[in-house]
Design a protein around this ligand. Sequence first.
Ligand code: G3H
Ligand code: 13P
Ligand code: ZN
Length: 306
Amino acid sequence: MSLVPGKEILAEANRQGYAVGAFNFNNLEFLQAIVTAADHTETPVFIATTEGAIKYAGLDYIVAMAQTAARSTKTPICLHLDHGRNLDVIRRCIDAGYTSVMIDASNLAFEENTAKTKTVVEIAHKKGVSVEAELGRLKGIEDNISVAERDSFLVDPEQARRFVKATGVDSLAPAIGTSHGAFKFKGKPRLDFDRLHQVKALTNGLPLVLHGASTVPRELLDRCQKSGVKIPGAQGVPEEQLIQAIKHGINKVNVDTDLRLAFTAGVRTVLNENPGQFDPRKYLSPGRESVAELVKGKILLFRQGR
Ligand code: G3H
Ligand code: 13P
Ligand code: ZN
């Protein structure tokens, strides 16, 4: 199959009330692991690259690998630019064959974010490419935070309504208390579901995206720790809260950190157990398998609303 526009995958997920996964990759092994998991579960998936991934692997390599991966399965695959900030990179992705782009201008003032997002929508839609944008800042909700402080960085539902109307985006990532990486919360994990509910209602049921959605599962942390990874205090979004978020209207769940942990645990375990091993295929394969297993589990979890 060819790569499909993100909008098609999200419309179906939204209609049926579930979420798909968006998984980041920077190399062949992660891509193969993600697409294997999508194929085995027969569930559409976003394969996502950041500007950093493009710098690392090269745009032409990424597109060629993604198109080859999509042709290897009947399951719909969308190639997505994650957190695009640079208009030139966004244009290059659209021209090269990406089927979805995110314009992340969430660091700018509301009016500037709106204007920049509108420009990307105009460029992308001409080529049938879907657009995701972001409102609010990705930052964990600290214990004892005041209402005013929350309002200062989480999405404003009324702004979301105006933003979606003015820009014509296909999906929106509202900041509701998650953050990127392995250290999401200092205290108790908590997301703002009321806010999410309001955003869904005020944007007429637009597909919504949750960034920073790694769960940093206990068993994975244990495997990491055993293999020598040192990340004390790591904490992700609890699975039950992800399910709640999907029930409140999230249709795309972004995961990167958990894949990195799974890969690293797989590779380090083999290298620790076999100090004489220096054939990369022998340690990259367990990394790839570990990511594929993890992604399968995520896909099935996100599908639960169906
Ligand atoms: O938001 C996406 C990632 O977790 C950060 O990825 O290191 O490729 O920028 P990056
Ligand atoms: P995590 O760091 O929680 O995996 O988030 C990834 C993400 O949001 C990619 O856009
Ligand atoms: Zn993100």
